[in-house]
Ligand binder design. Structure first.
Ligand code: V47
Length: 367
């Protein structure tokens, strides 16, 4: 491998990693520029195996998007409808939302992942009741709910501080925050693709506050649109810097841009090679974030499987009824059973481990 790393111009980066030194912006850019994808993947796999061996995590979860009404107009989004009553706009009643969990009474789910549009007219207690109702139905279910962008929106709309919003949601049953809404942290890109929602500093500040309150979270990165390699690495470095302070991020999740039915539809979707590289570079740069997750809905099932040799140790979950990506053209299935995910992992030569949201191992009597 050494001769290959030398030929790829990556020998010094390999040595830095061996010495436990951190990669910087220039190193990250070189990993993106290197023609040898396998060499980059080999380095990422080595870091992955140092942390997790062949273990590959997934969880048994469902997704809930209670409303797609959203006052923000992000260029990449195919899910949002500006106003209630617009064609395709929906807002579930609390009962409809709770039914999604009631209908699955027999499934040994451990997590509900909730993401919504920024609805201008719902009262705050719609959200607190939403959480309380899920906990009434299943007191042990983990509620990973509301992106930092939603938290910021609630704070502004209902006249509360970000911390107060978090505390009230925690009192109602919030257990952790998903990583959505990060997009790309660099201002140049964020101004263009997500100009009217919470900015980078506030996104990071809300995660900082959540971590201080004992709430874990994830961080995402939407890639494959107008961002440069340097802006990708900058994004990873900003996540890494916050993680140095708080240690509250569990997973870094690159999200592949899907171009159907949105204002950036002229752009091509990122290639499989790019997807593998982004996940690999994330593993190498975000050295302090324990897990790198391939969201298989976004990457495609086959690429997610291959990514298990490119730095990825987590495949998210069974998901079920995902809307954001399917409205943007994803051709992946809407759900996988735990058996299907386990098979995907074992046929890649990796070891499946069902986890809960906080990465405790879950052992079922029988499935
Ligand atoms: O923030 C929206 C992205 C995110 C498109 O924390 C799009 O475990 C691609 O954050 N093409 C929401 N991406 C989903 C998300 C997530 C997913 C899986 C796991 C976790 C976690 C979080 O979806 C948004 C945005 O970045 N998105 N539209 C699109 N057309």
């Amino acid at each position: 491998m050494l001769s290959r790393l030398i030929a790829a111009g990556l020998a010094d980066i390999a040595e830095k990693l061996e010495r436990g030194e951190r990669l910087d912006l220039a190193d990250g850019r070189r990993l993106f520029d290197s023609p040898d994808l396998l060499a980059v993947g080999w380095l990422a796999n080595r870091e992955r195996e140092k942390r997790h061996g062949g273990r590959t995590f997934y969880n048994y979860n469902i997704r809930l998007e209670a409303t797609n009404v959203c006052v923000a107009s992000c260029l990449f989004c195919s899910f949002a409808r500006l106003k209630p009553g617009d064609p395709g706009a929906y807002t579930m009643s609390l009962d409809q939302a709770w039914d999604k969990l009631r209908q699955r009474a027999r499934q040994p789910l451990t997590e509900v992942h909730i993401v919504n549009g920024l609805h201008p007219d719902l009262p705050f207690d719609y959200y607190t009741e939403l959480l309380r109702g899920f906990k009434r139905i299943r007191p042990d279910i983990h509620l990973k709910a509301f992106t930092a962008v939603e938290i910021a929106f609630f704070a502004d709309l209902y006249g509360m501080s970000d911390e107060r919003v978090l505390r009230e949601l925690m009192a109602a049953g919030l257990d952790s925050l998903p990583g959505g809404g990060a997009e790309i942290f660099a201002d140049r890109v964020r101004r263009k693709i997500a100009h009217d929602k919470c900015g980078t500093e506030r996104y990071l500040e809300i995660h900082r506050t959540a971590h201080r309150l004992g709430v874990r979270s994830n961080v995402t990165m939407l890639y494959g649109h107008i961002e440069t390699a340097e802006e990708r690495v900058d994004h990873m470095l900003r996540a890494r810097a916050l993680q140095d302070e708080t240690r509250g991020f569990q997973a870094f999740i690159p999200l592949a841009f899907h171009p159907d039915n949105n204002q950036m539809r002229k752009l091509p979707a990122p290639s499989a090679a790019d997807t593998l590289r982004v996940h690999a570079v994330a593993r190498l740069v975000c050295d302090n974030v324990p897990h790198v997750k391939a969201f298989w809905i976004a990457t495609g099932v086959e690429v997610a499987q291959t990514s298990l040799w490119f730095g990825v140790d987590d495949l998210d979950g069974t998901v079920q009824e995902e809307k954001i990506y399917h409205m943007a053209g994803a051709r992946t299935p809407e759900a996988m059973t735990p058996r299907e995910i386990e098979r995907l992992i074992t046929t890649a030569g990796r070891e499946p481990v069902e986890r809960d949201t906080l990465y405790n191992v879950v052992a079922h009597a029988a499935m």
